[in-house]
Design a protein around this ligand. Structure first.
Ligand code: HEC
Length: 203
């Protein structure tokens, strides 16, 4: 390369040097030039991560206060019946559908068994289960005439299914039985479990 050529490229060289000088910033909070920022900054709205003021919401915050009159999710640290109480949040149920054996091992019915809870369980059973499983749990509900394969709770294969197992079946369903988790809240599910356990004994 001749000296003349170097002179020719010196303009480009100057630009590169200047870019290097202004490219970095002393401010540690300034990330400088970012490459493809939407790879790590979410494009969609995220309630707990916000880079820029939200142009649509009045305070610029993406996360807004709940609408007035909104009903909070219930806290189930509540008491059932006389002198009984369950100090657990019944809403928490994260056992996946394919893990019924875990449900069997770890779940205990937090709703105390008494006349009141059993009666409430019976009402729920009549509403959600009886048309298939029958009033006595022998699988002779009206729907069973058409919808085959409904078991009899009192037979050997079913009479010993434990509370966690039954709760899980109500929540996620099993084989030909559909899930009921979106229709029946956890407290009601546990009351139904009491009632099903009564039916298992043929009582
Ligand atoms: C549409 C009819 C239908 C309804 C409604 C229904 N079930 Fe079932 N249930 C079935 C069928 C069918 C099976 C057999 C599932 C199978 O194929 O193994 C079954 C099985 C079960 C079992 C045994 C699960 C096992 O491990 O084999 C339990 C316990 C049970 N149901 C409880 C309930 C309860 C409690 C309700 C009400 C919340 C309910 N079911 C609602 C049809 C129904």
């Amino acid at each position: 390369m001749k000296f003349r050529d170097l002179y020719k490229y010196s303009g480009a060289l100057m630009v590169v040097v200047m870019m290097a000088m202004v490219g970095c910033d002393r401010d540690p909070n300034n990330p400088g030039k970012e490459f493809a920022p939407n790879m790590y900054l979410p494009v969609g709205y995220e309630p707990f991560k916000q880079e820029k003021p939200n142009p649509i919401n009045p305070q610029g915050l993406t996360m807004r206060l709940p609408v007035e009159g909104t009903v909070a999710r219930r806290n189930y640290n509540t008491s059932f019946g006389d002198g009984d109480s369950a100090k657990v949040d019944l809403m928490v149920y994260n056992i996946p559908a394919d893990s019924i054996s875990i449900a069997e091992k770890v779940l205990k019915n937090p709703v105390p068994l008494n006349e009141k809870t059993l009666a409430e369980g019976k009402v729920m059973y009549e509403r959600y289960c009886q048309h298939c499983h029958g009033a006595t749990g022998t699988g002779d509900g009206k729907v069973a005439e058409m919808y085959k394969g409904i078991p009899n709770y009192t037979t050997d294969a079913y009479k010993n299914l434990n509370e966690g197992h039954i709760y899980h079946v109500i929540t996620h369903g099993k084989a030909r039985m559909w899930p009921h988790g979106s229709q029946i809240n956890p407290e009601e599910r546990w009351k139904i479990v009491h009632y099903v356990q009564k039916l298992q004994k043929g009582a």
